[in-house]
Design a protein around this ligand. Structure first.
Ligand SMILES: Nc1ncnc2c1ncn2[C@@H]1O[C@H](COP(=O)(O)OP(=O)(O)O)[C@@H](O)[C@H]1O
Ligand SMILES: [Mg+2]
Length: 227
């Protein structure tokens, strides 16, 4: 496949924290490309730079060098406000901790990414549909404290997908869940990914979960190694 067909193109990414003798070099020329519809498990020991890679790809952290292209554009070439908008519209995030806001309902939490910028006009309809899809259509007005861990992660998934991002980044999304709940959340992620045909990158420690993705990439010495 040629480069222009790639939704995600990461080239020679380096990332160091700090500088001089005390610098920590985390990424050392990481490259990765993915077409729409591809899912990739990212593995590697703790501290190997998996979260750092996701943060750079997700425009949350600027890389020290190298490039990230999403649908052909370089988000880091944009001004700060434009990067935030690009991130909001093009990238969904699911973290190990759900990061739901406790004072808001399930429905309001799901709608949060549509608030900062004029999102889809049918935001609420889409939120209701997504929440139905993740099995929480009957919990719209509940607050996160009234949900189980698995249910909170389902809301986090609905929120990540509300703007129909082309890229969905998940950092150990099932890391805090028991085995059965983790399986159900993984089923849901994969189903919604197949429907949306987004690029799905999932950091996981669980080889059983990793085996369910189309591709697997290991972070080794700050580079991506395809398995
Ligand atoms: N903001 C930061 N400042 C300094 N060092 C950091 C920062 N973020 C991550 N690191 C270091 O980068 C390395 C990789 O971290 P991380 O990407 O979180 O690894 P992983 O997700 O694979 O466990 C670790 O040594 C970590 O201490
Ligand atoms: Mg991590």
């Amino acid at each position: 496949m040629n480069d222009t067909a790639m939704r995600l193109q990461v080239r020679d990414l380096t990332k160091a924290f700090g500088d001089g003798d005390s610098a920590v070099h985390v990424l050392n020329g990481a490259s990765l490309a993915a077409a729409a519809g591809e899912s990739i498990a990212i593995m590697g020991p703790s501290g190997s730079g998996k979260s750092t890679l996701l943060h750079c790809v997700g425009t949350l952290e600027p890389p020290t060098a190298g490039s990230v292209r999403i649908d052909g554009s370089d988000p880091f070439a944009l001004q700060e406000a434009a990067i935030a908008r690009f991130r909001n519209e093009s990238i969904g995030f699911v973290f190990q901790d759900h990061h739901l806001l406790p004072q808001y309902t399930v429905l309001e939490n799901t709608l949060l990414p549509t608030v900062a910028f004029a999102g889809p006009t049918d935001g609420e309809t889409r939120a209701r549909t997504l929440l139905d899809r993740v099995g929480l259509g009957h919990r719209l007005l509940h607050r996160p404290s009234e949900l189980s861990g698995g249910e909170r992660q389902r809301v986090a998934i609905a929120r990540a997908l509300i703007n129909a991002p082309g890229l969905l980044l998940c950092d150990e999304p099932t890391g805090n869940l028991d085995g059965e709940t983790a399986d159900a959340v993984a089923d849901l992620l994969l189903e919604l990914h197949a429907e949306a045909q987004n690029v799905l990158l999932v950091v996981t420690h669980d080889p059983r979960l990793a085996a369910r993705f189309a591709r697997r990439v290991d972070l080794e010495s700050g580079r991506c190694v395809e398995r």
